[in-house]
Design a protein around this ligand. Structure first.
Ligand SMILES: [Zn+2]
Length: 87
């Protein structure tokens, strides 16, 4: 089981969290066009290696956090709030 260290609550089981998506994606500009928005909403990569993700702590503080996690080993290198840069 994955253990996620919430910056506000401490380390908790994965079952207290909900995955909310890729945190490295940037929303296209308003005039970017339909193709750019379609790719932003629907196109997903199945990456290998370090991945920046959004997780919501629904069973705790109910805050959104960024997690830098390795997709193979599930090692977590960094955790922070939405405004934090973890790269
Ligand atoms: Zn929390």
């Amino acid at each position: 089981m994955l253990r996620i260290p919430c910056p506000w609550c401490g380390e908790r089981d994965e079952t207290e969290f909900r995955y909310r998506g890729d945190a490295s994606r940037e929303r296209p500009a308003g005039d970017a066009g339909l193709t750019a928005f379609t790719n932003y909403v629907y196109a997903r990569e199945n990456r290998f290696g370090w991945h920046l993700e959004w997780w919501l702590h629904v069973g705790g503080c109910r805050r959104l956090l960024k997690v830098l996690r390795h997709t193979l080993s599930h090692e977590i290198r960094a955790v922070g709030g939405p405004g934090d840069s973890l790269d």
